[in-house]
Design a protein around this ligand. Structure first.
Ligand SMILES: *[C@@H]1O[C@H](CO)[C@@H](O)[C@H](O)[C@H]1NC(C)=O
Ligand SMILES: *[C@@H]1O[C@H](CO)[C@@H](O)[C@H](O)[C@H]1NC(C)=O
Ligand SMILES: *[C@@H]1O[C@H](CO)[C@@H](O)[C@H](O)[C@H]1NC(C)=O
Ligand SMILES: *[C@@H]1O[C@H](CO)[C@@H](O)[C@H](O)[C@H]1NC(C)=O
Ligand SMILES: *[C@@H]1O[C@H](CO)[C@@H](O)[C@H](O)[C@H]1NC(C)=O
Ligand SMILES: *[C@@H]1O[C@H](CO)[C@@H](O)[C@H](O)[C@H]1NC(C)=O
Ligand SMILES: *[C@@H]1O[C@H](CO)[C@@H](O)[C@H](O)[C@H]1NC(C)=O
Ligand SMILES: [Cu+2]
Length: 594
């Protein structure tokens, strides 16, 4: 295979915006066609004759031979996304981080330099939703597939853009991503519904003014009144207007009210694609645009049969692609709103984020819209239901039928309580996970060692050579959790409040698939994975504070085949580098490590 290195123009474009906030350009619909001057395009597309309806993207990704390379430097710097100045972990000077853009079947290559200081920390970046079927060691979870990149060190991730659609990347080291180490990742592929204008990623994220590590210390502490931190603000595209008058007495941090919000230009009568990403730490987002319907066309990396709504719910880690038709107007502005839903979803002191949708203005010197929220949005915020849209409504466009009688069903109960030292922790089947950064589970398994369960905190579920696995999660507690599985698009067979009857599956011939699904408070979630990806795959709550407090298990899939993976030497070298660092520096791992 000949690999062609293309300098991605988006990098140069975004360098011009190295401020506290990031503007992502509209994405040209033919971006990847025109930016590839070398490879002839079979059938006019880099992915050739593959379409959304003739190809199972889980099993048959193309390989274009094109490399999209990026160079990321992660460091800590003062930024004020909402006007309140704080230390933020930023990538290439930006929050949110640079856009990664590729074609389905390209190879994405990201060299990450760990320049985090004040204090120094390890790091590792995770490519959310990527299957990693040909590079199971590149998933980026420290203590699971790799050792952390030590301070001052670098690591190059190389992986196939094996699915197409909307996603993001983030640090998976402790709760660093809650401190800002996030960015969008768009993979262009076949479309199943046509549209005119790709508005690119729209990042929704709750925001905490305290440093992430001091929040983690509270989250895993012994004082129950501090284990559920309250976010200070909510951002659309890394921006919002924070009311500085509400800063607590004695807080001398610089704060500027009216920091500014993001504007999105719409064209009358044109169909716009918005790629919504919840890249926050804890908050469930309820998203809406006044006066405009939303047609949902994809959940996570899965194209679905379109349906129309006025409100989209996104738990942490989830993405929803929506089409929005421009109104037949040539002027005017409308409020785009995303609000963090309250109990039983999230804790927030300033839940509302807004942005402006405007028509045909030459500048963004706009009046504040005086539009009214959809009643459906208002009620979704005043009386929040902490669940994704019904499974009966979210039907994958490309049907796949899971094994109706999987050889194994694993029950996992989510609980919250105090451990022996009276720290508050989350558990799965009674065990709170703790990563060993120096001994990644995948690399141990590769050497034939699958026997760590002697220490329960490894929380490993080894499913051997089972061809498929059903996982029945119960959540008797009072909060919903966004449950994320790496390495797969999981089938979501059932979810609800109360108990599962043990047999009912929604749309059994073509159930919803995605990589994050909310399990409701006092409810259940039934997942299934097809064991087609030998590796070690995290299954965890995506709320930063909950995974820090141990709400995590590792799924070990086909260890006999893990033994045969061609894991490159750089993985062992990174562990030697990390060992050299930890030989002289005690890593103060106050949380699960993830
Ligand atoms: C900002 O907060 C102060 C103090 O709570 C309040 O009096 C004021 O009305 C707020 N301003 C706005 C624009 O909400
Ligand atoms: C929104 O969708 C509803 C139901 O499909 C429809 O009746 C209404 O006209 C639509 N409104 C707009 C602004 O497109
Ligand atoms: C606010 O509403 C008025 C009357 O409905 C309208 O004329 C005006 O253009 C609106 N302002 C904006 C900024 O859209
Ligand atoms: C309890 O959890 C805290 C936070 O993760 C951890 O630091 C402590 O070591 C745990 N105690 C025991 C006995 O495992
Ligand atoms: C496997 O690794 C674990 C964790 O390091 C260790 O405790 C155990 O002794 C190892 N087992 C073997 C057989 O090497
Ligand atoms: C299937 O998984 C179970 C663990 O849930 C394990 O006990 C069993 O050995 C596995 N079967 C095979 C064939 O690997
Ligand atoms: C760590 O320290 C020990 C003892 O000084 C030494 O033998 C070992 O080589 C060191 N390991 C690394 C990776 O530097
Ligand atoms: Cu959770």
């Amino acid at each position: 295979m000949r690999l062609i290195n293309i300098n991605v123009f988006a990098n140069a474009f975004l360098a011009a915006f190295a401020t506290a906030q990031t503007d992502y350009p509209d994405l040209p619909n033919n971006f990847l066609v025109t930016s590839n001057p070398v490879t002839p395009l079979p059938n006019g597309f880099p992915w050739g004759t593959k379409t959304a309806s003739n190809t199972n993207q889980l099993t048959d990704p193309p390989n274009t031979g094109v490399i999209r390379s990026y160079d990321f430097t992660v460091k800590r710097e003062k930024k004020s996304p909402d006007g309140y100045s704080k230390d933020v972990l930023i990538i290439n000077g930006q929050f949110p981080g640079p856009l990664i853009e590729a074609n389905w079947g390209d190879t994405i290559q990201v060299t990450v330099h760990n320049a985090i200081t004040g204090p120094e920390e390890g790091t590792a970046l995770h490519w959310h939703g990527i299957l990693q079927k040909t590079s199971q060691w590149m998933d980026g979870v420290p203590g699971v597939q790799q050792c952390p990149i030590p301070p001052g060190g670098s690591f190059t991730y190389t992986f196939l853009a094996d699915l197409y659609g909307t996603s993001w990347y983030h640090s998976h080291y402790s709760a660093q991503y809650a401190g800002g180490a996030i960015g969008p990742m768009i993979i262009h592929g076949p479309t199943h519904v046509s549209y005119d204008i790709d508005k690119g990623p729209i990042i929704l994220s709750d925001w905490f003014h305290r440093d992430y590590l001091s929040i983690v210390a509270d989250v895993v502490g012994t004082d129950v009144t501090k284990v559920g931190p309250t976010s200070d603000s909510n951002l659309i595209q890394g921006r919002n207007n924070f009311n500085c008058s509400t800063v607590a007495a004695g807080d001398t941090t610089s704060c500027k009210s009216n920091a500014g919000i993001t504007n999105f230009r719409f064209s009358p009568n044109k169909v716009h694609r918005l790629r919504l990403i919840n890249a926050g730490a804890e908050g469930v987002q309820k998203f809406s645009i006044d006066g405009h319907n939303l047609t949902v066309i994809a959940n996570d990396f899965v194209p679905i049969q379109p349906y129309t709504t006025q409100v989209v719910t996104l738990g942490i880690g989830q993405r929803t692609d929506v089409l929005v038709t421009g109104l037949p107007v040539t002027t005017g502005s409308y409020t785009m709103r995303s609000s963090i839903a309250g109990f039983p979803c999230s804790f927030s002191s300033a839940p509302d984020a807004t942005a402006i949708v405007y028509y045909n203005h030459d500048s963004v010197a706009l009046g504040t819209p005086n539009t009214t929220a959809w009643p459906a949005w208002t009620s979704s915020v005043t009386t929040p239901i902490c669940a994704n849209d019904p499974l009966s409504q979210t039907v994958p466009y490309f049907p796949i039928t899971p094994d109706p009688a999987p050889p194994v069903t694993q029950q996992i109960d989510i609980e919250f309580g105090q451990n022996e030292t009276e720290h508050w922790v989350w558990t799965m089947n009674g065990v709170s996970f703790r990563a060993n950064y120096n001994q990644p589970i995948l690399l141990l398994s590769k050497t034939g060692n699958n026997s760590y369960p002697a220490d329960p905190q490894w929380n490993v579920y080894n499913f051997g050579s089972n061809s498929s696995v059903r996982i029945h999660i119960t959540n008797p507690g009072f909060l919903a959790h966004p449950i994320h599985l790496h390495g797969h698009n999981m089938f979501v067979l059932a979810e609800g409040t109360g108990s599962w009857d043990g047999s009912t599956v929604v749309n059994p011939s073509n159930p919803q698939r995605r990589d994050v699904q909310l399990v409701q408070a006092g409810g259940y979630l039934v997942l299934q994975l097809t064991a087609d990806n030998p590796g070690v795959w995290p299954l965890h709550c995506h709320i930063a504070w909950h995974v820090s407090a141990g709400l995590y298990v590792s799924v070990v899939e086909r260890p006999d085949d893990i033994a045969n993976l061609q894991i490159p030497a750089i993985m062992a070298q990174t562990c030697r580098d990390w060992a050299a660092f930890t030989n002289v520096t005690v890593v103060d791992q106050i949380d699960s490590g993830l």
